[in-house]
Design a binder for this molecule. Structure first.
Ligand code: PGA
Length: 254
């Protein structure tokens, strides 16, 4: 695992102010686990409240618009989420790509806009079950990333994280084998070297996401080239999310 594992909770379309107590509990316990970097991406409506509630963990958004401001009813720009307290944004999640027809080109323009606004990006990628069954998972993910990543990158360790999330593993309770995850992460690393050079590529953490829970976290996080986890369902309660954070701390100490 990378120097300091990164465990990010994606609350998706879940959470009202009643859930702020979970964020507080996650924050307070994470203070004792300094070896793990912990973050939460609540819905837009809670970013500012979570930001005010926590001291230790990072707060981010789940999406942003590619523009900076203007006549875009219902949209939120990167500088707006930054103003609310977000330090990062998740972009290109498969639920956005599928439900909102987000193309690689659109995701790339969002990535560029977020970096310009000074917030970190967690860029998601991942194949469908059909693509994996056809043996084309790695080439699909490489194409997706080539189309979504910015042309150039400065300070990669501070600005970019990749999350590999096979679509068929999200919310299903199914996960790839650790060998398949490591093979995919190695292939993503090789692509980053091709695009940005050895030194820059080495600084980018590659997270795994898809049905990570307190029971499987240790095995998944110990896999070669896995720098942390992007967690959906199991991030909704402090108890289960902290189980994953604890697993990351244990793997780190091994
Ligand atoms: P899951 O979601 O942990 O509920 O499978 C992961 C994600 O979509 O980020």
């Amino acid at each position: 695992m990378a120097e300091r594992p990164y465990i990010v909770g994606n609350w998706k379309m879940n959470g009202t102010r009643a859930m702020l107590s979970e964020a507080r509990a996650i924050d307070r316990s994470s203070q004792r686990l300094m070896k793990v970097e912990v973050a939460l991406a609540p819905p837009f409506t809670l970013i500012h409240a979570v930001h005010r509630e926590v001291e230790q963990i990072g707060v981010g958004a789940q999406d942003c618009h590619s523009g900076t401001e203007g006549a875009n009813t219902g949209d939120i720009s990167a500088s707006m989420v930054a103003d609310a307290g977000a330090k990062f944004v998740i972009l290109g999640h498969s639920e956005r790509r599928q439900d909102h027809a987000e193309t690689n080109a659109l995701v790339r323009s969002k990535v560029e806009s977020a970096l310009e606004a000074g917030i970190r990006v967690i860029l998601c990628c991942g194949e469908s079950e059909e693509t994996r069954d056809e043996g084309k998972a790695e080439s699909f993910v490489a194409r997706q990333l080539k189309g979504s990543l910015p042309e150039s990158l400065d300070n990669a360790d501070e600005v970019l994280t990749i999350a590999y999330e096979p679509i068929w593993a999200i919310g299903t309770g199914r996960t790839p084998t650790v060998e398949d995850i490591s093979a995919m992460h190695r292939s993503i690393r090789a692509l980053l070297v091709e695009l940005y050079g050895e030194e820059m590529a080495a600084q980018v953490r590659i997270l795994y996401g898809g049905s990570v829970n307190p029971d499987n976290a240790k095995e998944l996080l110990a896999a070669d080239e896995v720098g942390g986890a992007l967690v959906g369902g199991a991030s909704l309660t402090a108890e289960s999310f902290l189980g994953i954070v604890l697993a990351a701390a244990e793997v780190q100490e091994q």
